[in-house]
Design a protein around this ligand. Structure first.
Ligand SMILES: [Zn+2]
Ligand SMILES: [Zn+2]
Length: 300
């Protein structure tokens, strides 16, 4: 199969698809696209959510099926373009807005960290089951999250498919107990979801932890990659991963300086605008982040 031709076809299809969508549907339908980010490695978009697809001669590995609508669309896109089936689906973490929709590929093996199994297993108690349905089951707004067929534990797990290796790296105690980075070593590409934002403001709340931020950033930076694909926002580089950490540091340092000078939260918010981050998306949450850092620094 001619990969170069294929990728330009995919790109063209993504563009045409967006243009061909009827005007009335544009608000209701999330933007969908498939972008080749490295050899045989694609980024899949469903509105502001992103997943990955690695296409090998022996099958496809998906990282995060996103949601039922996106997965249904992606299934037909993949079948049209490739003659290999989806073999594996891995979850970055179990949250329903990233991990739903795998049921459209019943023959694929779903692999997740062992900490994902409990929250994704339907409980027997009727009341708990109703709650589960609303969050992870077929009643969920994301269409339902399939429990893993196989789980892994420890710090790393490798999957081989079509002569290629995909590495799952456990991100300890950050965002979700089962959180993992997905590394595509041949493509030098790292997929990170929810714990690192690229050119997009994170949330800083009173529960912020510098140790956690350093732990998860150091873990990402220890991987061999040139490209980082986030679950939300733009594609970036290792430098962008460091800039995400630096933003936190700049907010914390600025708020600490204001506190040392006896300033009120309102005064600090007015002065600490950190304009160098103004072009990042979600910059409108900067003032809230200053308040979050203030709460973090003034907590007992
Ligand atoms: Zn999440
Ligand atoms: Zn998310």
């Amino acid at each position: 199969m001619n990969r170069t031709l294929l990728s330009s076809t995919l790109l063209a299809a993504a563009v045409t698809g967006a243009l061909a969508a009827p005007a009335f549907a544009q608000q209701a339908e999330p933007e969908r696209s498939i972008l080749e980010v490295a050899d045989n490695l694609y980024r899949v978009q469903s509105g502001e959510w992103f997943g990955m697809a690695l296409v090998t001669d022996e099958g496809i590995l998906l990282a995060d099926p996103l949601n039922l609508d996106s997965a249904t669309w992606l299934k037909s896109e993949l079948e049209e373009r490739f003659d290999v089936p989806v073999e594996y689906i891995v979850y970055s973490h179990h949250h329903a807005d990233h991990a739903s929709g795998a049921q459209v590929w019943p023959d694929a093996t779903v692999i997740a960290h062992e900490a994902a199994a409990a929250p994704l297993t339907p409980p027997e108690d009727a009341e708990a089951l109703a709650q589960f349905e609303g969050q992870f089951g077929s009643e969920s707004p994301f269409g339902g999250t399939r429990a893993p067929d196989e789980t892994w534990s420890g710090t790393e797990h490798e999957i081989t498919l079509g002569g290629e290796t995909v590495k799952l790296i456990h991100v300890d105690a950050a965002h979700a107990a089962d959180m993992a980075y997905v590394l595509f070593p041949e493509q030098r590409t790292l997929f990170v979801v929810d714990v690192i934002n690229i050119k997009r403001l994170p949330f800083i709340g009173a529960g912020f932890s510098e140790a956690e931020l350093d732990g998860l950033t150091d873990l990402a930076m220890a991987q061999q990659f040139d490209t980082v694909v986030p679950g939300h926002g733009d594609i970036g580089t290792p430098e962008d991963v460091e800039r995400h950490r630096q933003y936190h540091r700049d907010v914390i340092a600025g708020v600490q300086q204001g506190l040392d000078e006896g300033k009120s939260l309102e005064e600090i918010q007015a002065e600490l605008t950190l304009d160098e981050y103004a072009e990042w998306s979600a910059y409108e949450r900067h003032g809230q982040n200053v308040a979050g850092a203030y709460a973090y620094l003034t907590a007992d």
